[in-house]
Design a protein around this ligand. Structure first.
Ligand code: ZN
Length: 229
């Protein structure tokens, strides 16, 4: 069974697998580069890496409209419930923990990054996600610095890794090359860049760097572009 991933700009992705629609970090209506509006997306599940507004985005509105189950860290999950997201539609996780859902297994992985809510509330710790689907393993690093344990995350084999390359708030292009060497995925896609001028990057130059320094195949998308695994 194939899996389709559509980049919705920044760290927002739509993953379609096993007949389910999964949104990751749906920052849509306030994103200058999102190709879709929050009112138009389908979601059975939402994965939310941390509480910052460029990731939380439209999570509350989409969760309420669609009844999607939200998987996120424990503290962000409690905050979502206080915003009116149904108690039984929130799965609160912590790094290292996993959860089996209708589309596959989700593990909340370590990330080196901060997390707080737009109202100043405590947002727990930021994380990434490893998705173990029927036929594929996908790693979304989400907002993070480079860290050596990426070697362990890549240990089970990865069909795709999605890494930030914007620099300033996350790892930049150079550190992402080291991350790719540690993860050793078959394919790698960049995100969290060109949303605003402070995180502008040349993705074509990044892709050339990947080709000359790592075995992974770089996949550079425009917002709205799709990868099929
Ligand atoms: Zn971010």
């Amino acid at each position: 069974m194939s899996t389709n991933l559509t980049w919705l700009g920044h760290n927002a992705w739509l993953i379609e697998t096993a007949g389910k629609s999964i949104l990751l970090d749906p920052f849509l209506n306030d994103s200058p580069i999102s190709p879709v509006k929050a009112e138009a997306v389908k979601a059975d599940f939402i994965l939310l890496s941390h509480g910052h507004s460029d990731h939380l985005g439209d999570t509350v509105a989409i969760a309420k409209r669609t009844g999607a189950t939200v998987l996120t860290n424990f503290e962000v999950g409690e905050w979502l419930k206080r915003q009116g997201v149904a108690e039984d539609k929130v799965v609160g996780m912590n790094p290292g923990g996993g959860s089996t859902q209708a589309f596959g297994h989700v593990k909340f992985t370590t990330a080196i990054h901060s997390s707080s809510m737009p109202d100043g509330g405590y947002g727990g710790v930021a994380g990434g996600f490893v998705l173990k689907l029927e036929d594929e393993r996908i790693y979304f690093a989400c907002d993070t610095a480079l860290f050596l344990d990426m070697k362990l995350i890549g240990g089970g084999g990865l069909d795709l890794a999605v890494l930030p390359i914007g620099d300033l708030y996350t790892m930049g292009p150079d550190d992402s090359l080291d991350a790719i060497k540690l993860l050793n995925p078959k394919r790698v896609a960049p995100c969290h860049y060109n949303t605003w001028p402070p995180i502008a990057q040349d993705a074509a130059a990044w892709a050339n760097g990947v080709r000359s320094h790592a075995a992974a195949e770089p996949v550079v998308l425009e917002p709205g572009g799709k990868i099929t695994l």
